[in-house]
Write a protein that binds this ligand. Structure first.
Ligand code: GTP
Ligand code: MG
Length: 780
């Protein structure tokens, strides 16, 4: 689990403590403008969805029969789950069975080749996925009723499980139509399963569940099905029953089509289907098929009706109901298998084709920027002849320029086309278009709607919308969580341009990785989602840019915020010979809630009427506000959760300048800030500890001494799991302590829950420590 991987392969210099402040993730739940029309009860985003957004019908009428022919057999899916559950191992099998790779290589396997989707050296060495990787394949799905085959084109994105790389999951799910949620048959629903579940809800992504590792001792798919229902609160039922357990696991019973499926031949490539259900599982299979129908009756009207009338649904009716309710976000069918033992992967692929939506079945919405703000979003249709709309969801800087991953939502993207960036208005020619196969690419001339591709040599930011210039559509970007940990970084020896080149590149590619210069100490500070996240970048600087760095101790990214509104009326005036400086700003600052769609929680609002401030000075006021937010006066940390409203002001025909307005705003903000009752916030983490039962009291004791609140605990066989909420600041050194107190048998994972005000004693300590770093003249 997380720490097994993260700590054992610590890459960094000794100056970084070996604590495992793994990750963190903002778990705000919302709908991000996609498929907002979900009818789902079960998987609905927790935040109410704007029904006006949802009311616009999908313009399916725009789709031609040719479009439908193509789309019907197209799937875009993500593989997401808790770390180590076997996503990459599973994807490797999928690529092998679909003929995309000639042989199977294991994640951190002995043959030193490594799995296809973990192409980075660091991923292969550490055995973890760091970046999501995209690929595509064709799968000949078998129609269980008549045995005919039908070819499906599937785009797949394998995502990392480690929470430090959560942005990779976030952006993949933003653009995918469906997902496979992988669970370990022993560990079941783990902390990041819950995180991924929330991300899927945020973007309304239907999922099928895959209980992997059925070969492991203690594998129990029924416990996992019940955890999906209770912990993830999704109606779910198994659509398969295992044949054989643990080492003897050799196939599954397909409960829907009532047949046994085995894997034989080299690496399980021969799928053997038998109508004979083995005696040993016959009773169980009957019982589970009934359970499947009962569950479907709860979420699907047709099955519900049949159930009430005591009628038995046909296989086709069950199939249709699973498809309807899965796409409707009301249900998750549960498959099971063992990726490593090459068992039951092909039936899962059939399931992807049968139950996950094609691009025309996902409702996709965009803002029409020609309409007034707040207008309902408009639906897009994946028609090849429609105006082009695509979303750039991921960037990679390479030797040959920027590689931009794009999801084309409507229209056709062609090489050589001129496309427009909806955010900047800039037009650009598409010099090269490729389809990705992990780190390899295949050149293509055009890409149709509902497809995923990549463009070379197109400058843009992550989350930009591209059009053909004839629509005013713009899509919502993805949710970007805030960093929680930071450290100072310095190049050893003389700093070469590669130092900033590397940092600029990483910052551009990864919106959760931030770099800034501390104005007082002049140190370069990098911030990210966890220690591993930062370690990886420091190591990549060494390997890819030949820059060796020394890093400071990881620090918790404290923040400051205000708790009440405060008015300001401030005049900045200076007369020191020559031209003077004059600017007056009037307005207020007030607390602001985080936007669940974008994660944004600071805002500048200009409501100046008349000409008390000439409009050309307004950007300087905004700039001053954002500059003031960089350093709170309590502890020097960034200020969040704050809106500044500029109401009026004053200027002087000669002495007013941008500089004067910027300084006036900074001065005004500082004064108002003191009145707005500022507080220091700290990240609170959800910590999950798993250890043998005999160490339970030591583990609980150590969480208590770290001011942790135990929120859940579970004992299973001879192992127990404790879930606690603990301040990140209290977690330094925990991995060593846990190892020591459990004879190395305890493991923990950690993820961000929320920011909360620190205790008054800590606030005092942080304020004093900050004051000591200030020059004497500024201390108060
Ligand atoms: N017993 C067993 N082990 C498996 C199975 N599938 C994968 N593993 C092992 O689980 C470990 C993790 O596999 P990965 O495929 O890297 O898991 P992942 O989910 O991609 O991990 P991250 O991307 O780092 O989150 C490896 O040691 C695999 O060999 C399985 O079906 N059974
Ligand atoms: Mg992986």
């Amino acid at each position: 689990m997380i720490l097994g991987k993260a700590v054992a392969h610590s890459l960094l210099t000794k100056s970084i403590s070996s604590t495992s402040t793994c990750l963190v993730n903002w778990l705000a739940i919302s709908s991000c403008g996609r498929k907002a029309a979900s009818t789902a009860a079960a998987l609905k985003p927790a935040t109410p969805v704007d029904v006006t957004e949802a009311s616009a019908p999908l313009p399916a009428s725009l789709l031609t029969e040719k479009d439908m022919q193509r789309l019907r057999f197209q799937r875009n899916i993500g593989v997401s789950a808790h770390i180590d559950s076997g996503k990459t191992t599973l994807t490797e099998r999928v690529l092998f069975y679909t003929g995309r790779i000639r042989d199977i290589h294991e994640v951190r396997g002995r043959d030193s080749v490594g799995a296809k989707m973990d192409s980075m050296d660091l991923e292969r060495e550490k055995g973890i996925t760091i970046q999501s990787a995209a690929t595509f394949c064709d799968w000949e799905a078998t129609n269980p009723e008549d045995g005919t085959k039908q070819k499906y084109a599937i785009n797949i994105i394998d995502t990392p499980g480690h929470v430090d790389f959560t942005i990779e999951v976030e952006r993949a799910l933003r653009v995918l139509d469906g997902a496979v949620l992988v669970l370990c048959a022993v560990a079941g629903v783990q902390s990041q399963t819950t995180t991924v579940d929330r991300q899927m809800r945020r973007y309304g992504v239907p999922r099928i569940s895959f209980v992997n590792k059925m070969d492991r001792p203690g594998a129990n798919p029924w416990r996992i099905v019940s955890q999906i229902r209770t912990k993830l609160r999704i109606p779910a039922a198994a659509v398969q029953v295992p044949i054989g357990v643990e080492d003897g696991f050799k196939g599954v019973v397909d409960l829907v089509n009532w047949r046994a499926i085995y894997n034989e031949g080299i690496k399980g490539s021969d799928v053997v289907v038998s109508q004979d259900i083995p005696e040993s599982v016959l009773e169980l299979a009957k019982e589970k098929r009934t359970e499947l129908i009962e569950q479907l009756a709860e979420v699907d009207e047709e099955i519900g009706e049949l159930f009430l009338n005591d009628e038995v649904p046909t296989n086709a009716q069950i199939n249709d109901a699973i498809r309807r309710s899965t796409i409707g976000l009301k249900f998750s069918p549960v498959f099971m298998g063992s990726a490593i033992k090459n068992t039951a992967v092909q039936p899962l692929l059939d399931g992807v084709c049968a139950y996950l939506p094609n691009p025309s079945e996902s409702e996709v919405l965009a803002h029409d920027t020609n309409l007034p703000a707040g207008s309902p979003q408009v639906p897009l249709a994946p028609a090849a002849d429609a105006h082009l709309v695509g979303l750039a969801f991921k960037l990679e800087e390479g030797k040959y320029g920027q590689l931009t991953y794009m999801r084309v939502y409507q229209g056709t993207l062609k090489r050589g086309n001129i496309i427009y960036n909806a955010r900047t208005g800039k037009k650009v020619k598409v010099p090269r278009l490729v389809r990705m196969h992990s780190n390899e690419m295949e050149d293509v001339d055009s890409v149709g709607p509902g497809e995923i591709c990549a463009m070379f040599g197109v400058e843009c930011s992550s989350g930009d919308t591209f059009t053909d210039g004839s629509t005013s559509y713009s899509m919502t970007s993805m949710f970007v969580p805030e960093p929680v940990i930071s450290l100072a970084i310095k190049a050893n020896g003389i700093e070469t341009p590669n130092f900033s080149r590397a940092l600029n590149r990483f910052q551009k590619e990864d919106p959760t990785f931030r770099v800034h210069m501390d104005r007082d100490s002049k140190e370069t500070i990098i911030s990210g989602m966890g220690e591993l996240h930062l370690e990886i970048y420091v190591e990549r600087m060494r390997r890819e840019y030949n820059v060796d760095c020394t890093t400071g101790k990881p620090r918790v990214a404290f923040r400051e915020t205000i708790t009440q509104r405060a008015e300001f009326n401030y005049t900045h005036k200076k007369q020191t010979g020559g031209a003077g400086q004059f600017a007056k700003v009037v307005g207020y600052i007030e607390p602001m809630e985080r936007d669940p769609e974008t994660g944004k929680d600071v805002e500048f609002e200009n409501i100046v009427m008349g000409a008390s401030i000439p409009t050309n000075f307004i950007p300087a006021v905004e700039k001053g506000f954002y500059e003031a937010l960089e350093k709170g006066s309590l502890s020097g940390n960034i200020i969040c959760g704050c809106r500044l409203v500029l109401k009026e002001g004053g200027f002087h025909a000669v002495d007013s300048s941008e500089l004067a307005f910027r300084l006036a705003t900074i001065g005004a903000f500082r004064e108002a800030y003191r009145v707005a009752r500022p507080v220091i916030l700290e990240p609170i983490m959800t910590v999950e500890v798993v250890a043998p039962v005999e160490f339970q009291s030591q583990v609980i004791g150590s969480l208590n001494t770290r001011r942790g609140t135990i929120v859940d605990s579970e004992v299973r066989d001879d192992e127990f799991t404790a879930i606690a909420e603990v301040a990140l600041n209290e977690m330094f050194g925990y991995s060593n302590q846990l190892r020591g107190s459990t004879q190395g048998k305890g493991e923990f994972t950690m993820e961000y829950k929320t920011h909360q005000p620190v205790l008054p004693s800590l606030q005092k300590e942080l304020e004093e420590a900050y004051r000591r770093t200030l020059p004497a003249s500024t201390k108060k």
